[in-house]
Structures are given as C-alpha cells and as structure tokens.
Design a protein around this ligand. Structure first.
Ligand code: 13P
Length: 254
C-alpha cells in the first residue's frame, strides 16, 4: 500500500465535518492517477465512505485511531476488526493530539501497531518534536526515541504497511509551517534512524510531512524527494484545497 513510490496525500479531518460536508467533499474530490490520496474521517463516517469513496486510482480510507485492545469491555473504543470491516486501509497511530490529550504512551502505541499488522491494516506512525525540544536542539534525540522505542518492538512489522509522518507539534494547526529546509533535515534524520534500527527492507518507508500544509506551501515541501507526501489537517477539510495540493503532488510526480 505504501511502497509504490508515489507521493501520498492524506487528509486527517480530526473531529470536523458533518454528514453534508462529508458528502459534498466527495462530490468535489478530484483523483490523480500519479499519486495516492486518502482521508481519515471521524469513525462513524467510515461506513458511508465505503460507498462514496472513489473506486478508481489509489484512494485510501483511514481511521484516525484504533483501540489498543482487540475486543472486550472497553467502553467508547473502536476495534481494529470493526474498522477493517468498513474497508479502512490504514490507521493513524501516535498523532501528537493523541499523545498529548489522551496520554498515549509507547507501550500503547506498540499494541496498536501489533493489532494493525495482524489485520493487514496500514499504519501512519506520527512523530514530531515540540517547540521547546526544537529550541533546545533535541530534534534528533526526540525523533530517535519516538521511533526506536516503538517500531523495532512491533511483532512482524511489515514494510508495505508502514508509513511515517513527521509532524512537528509546533506546526500543527498553528499556521506555522516548517520551512522546506527544516522539513528535509528532519526527514533525513528519520531516514537515518530507520536505517539504523530496522531491517534493510524498510529503507523505502515513505515519510510524510504534516503541519499547516496548504496549497501555498505544498510545492516547496513536496518537490523534495525526501518528502514522500503530506498529512494535512485544516486544509484537507475543503475539497478545493485538498484537490489543489493533490494536483501539485501529481505534477511533481509526473
Ligand atoms: P494542520 O494541517 O491543521 O496543521 O494539522 C496537521 C495534522 O495534525 C495532521 O495530522
């Protein structure tokens, strides 16, 4: 799913979009053969996306979260089995909002990725430093800990189901994007951490950038070969912006 070397443009809708907005987004959505695209809606909408998602091209449907448990007495949680019943191709794991607001730790993230691998569901594993960590020159240390405390400990991690999203916390929802230079530097760090901690078959793991990606900065970010695609929050809510970013990625790819 993730190893086809095409740029990957994913939207994380977070807790946004009502039913009418979901439907009109998919009416306006444009697909591009040269790239992969995908959307992570709120969980209940996964069931309707099964019918209205584009059936052609490389269009992925993702979940924003999964339970770390397979089933049982976990009120309010959604199981990986339920999500894969509704054709979820992948799930986000470790998003900074989950880490910060819901106190998700490495142990929990390992359990979530284990379950995803067992069910053949892809994982977009999100990592990124805070502003304070960046300003104290700890980016490499933080990314290294976030990656090596989790990925090498997953049983049966599969390269074709693994994708990383570098999302600096200070750039999420702030309108402050990492410069292309900052993003490329961080992506190189991630690549080198992966090559030192995972088997060689992970050398082509795509690394997406996330954090205030919008049509006006997509070109300068995506034109770098180190940046395999984008994980977009706010700008993925409007089909016109998502289409524009996708078009930019497709033109770079072509
Ligand atoms: P924004 O694009 O709104 O900054 O959000 C990024 C993000 O968190 C995607 O997962």
């Amino acid at each position: 799913m993730f190893l086809n070397q095409k740029k990957i443009i994913l939207g994380n809708w977070k807790m946004n979009q009502n039913l009418d907005q979901v439907r009109s987004f998919f009416e306006e959505l444009e697909t591009f053969g040269d790239i992969s695209q995908g959307i992570c809606p709120q969980a209940p909408y996964l069931s309707i996306l099964e019918n209205i998602r584009p059936k052609i091209g490389n269009f992925l449907v993702g979940s924003q979260n999964i339970s770390s448990e397979a089933s049982g007495a976990f009120t309010g949680e959604t199981s990986i089995q339920t999500l894969s019943d509704f054709s979820s191709n992948f799930t986000l794991v470790g998003h900074s909002e989950r880490r910060q607001l819901f106190h998700e730790n490495d142990e929990l993230l390992i359990k979530k990725i284990n379950l995803s691998m067992e069910h053949g569901v892809g994982v977009v594993f999100c990592i990124g430093e805070t502003l304070e960590q960046r300003e104290s020159n700890r980016v490499n240390e933080v990314l290294s800990a976030q990656l090596t405390n989790v990925l090498p400990k997953v049983q049966n991690l599969k390269p074709e189901l693994t994708c990383i999203a570098y999302e600096p916390v200070w750039a999420i929802g702030t309108g402050k994007t990492a410069t292309a230079k900052q993003a490329v530097e961080a992506h190189r760090m991630v690549k080198s951490i992966i090559s030192n901690s995972l088997p060689a078959k992970f050398s082509k793991t795509p690394i997406l950038y996330g954090g205030s990606v919008k049509p006006s900065n997509a070109q300068e970010l995506l034109e770098n070969p180190e940046i395999s695609g984008a994980l977009i929050g706010g700008a993925s809510l409007k089909a016109s912006d998502f289409n524009e970013i996708s078009r930019i990625a497709a033109n770079i790819q072509a």
